[in-house]
Write a protein that binds this ligand. Structure first.
Ligand code: GAR
Length: 209
């Protein structure tokens, strides 16, 4: 099985979805580490309770490259083959991203390429969108711009607020992430070839408005 390190900053519900999916014997990955830049992240307690190794260290006062090197050290110690970002709210250094290129996935609460960055749900509502959703993508140096591996659409309701929409999108996220991560690590026989394929497909997609 592929060995996945999950990076979180907060509630860690996507990490929990990945972790519980991994309990099925046919799941092609296992979680070997849950690491956080926020020692108070609720997800750490859940992971510990499930017997998963955890690591927490605040990023405050440490420069980005040095902090990412600390994370890298922990991930290597855990012998991880892949990294899954799950609500990890830190921009990563280029060196770290390059180290994991083709082996690091992220979940983002919008239908990328729409709404990279923060406040995705409020922006979708403000734009009068009829559909929101979530995306799992490969992480590349440009923020939220890596090749999309899978998406789920969530219809916007007339009375939705950013909170009610976020809640439904999260349910979709929890289904999508384990499924895409499983598919990705299973096909991951030749990561360089795969990344090239996915990139080509992403470039062939028409630009979103
Ligand atoms: C999720 O909605 C995830 O898509 C989003 O943060 C939330 C984390 O929730 N990620 C981003 O916005 C990344 N830019 P969780 O901690 O309960 O999984």
């Amino acid at each position: 099985r592929a060995k996945v390190a999950v990076l979180i900053s907060g509630s860690g519900t996507n990490m929990a979805a990945l972790l519980y999916a991994a309990k099925h014997p046919d799941c092609p990955y296992e979680i070997v580490l849950v690491a956080s830049n926020n020692p108070d992240a609720e997800g750490l307690t859940l992971a510990q309770g499930e017997g998963i190794s955890t690591f927490a260290q605040s990023h405050k006062g440490i420069d980005r490259a040095a902090f990412d090197a600390i994370m890298q050290q922990q991930i290597e110690k855990a012998d991880a083959t892949h990294v899954a970002l799950a609500g990890y709210m830190r921009i990563l250094s280029d060196a770290f991203v390059q180290q994991w290129e083709g082996r690091m996935l992220n979940i983002h609460p919008s239908l990328l390429p729409k709404y990279t960055g923060l406040h995705t749900h409020q922006r979708a509502l403000d734009a009068g969108d009829k559909v929101a959703g979530c995306s799992v993508h490969l992480v590349t140096p440009e923020l939220d711009a890596g090749p999309v591996l899978g998406q789920t659409e969530v219809l916007i309701r007339p009375n939705d607020t950013a909170e009610t929409l976020a809640e439904r999108v999260k349910i979709a996220e929890h289904q999508l992430y384990p499924r895409i991560l499983s598919a990705y690590v299973s096909r991951d026989k030749d990561p360089e070839w795969l990344v090239a394929q996915v990139r080509e497909r992403a470039m062939a997609q028409p630009e979103a408005d």
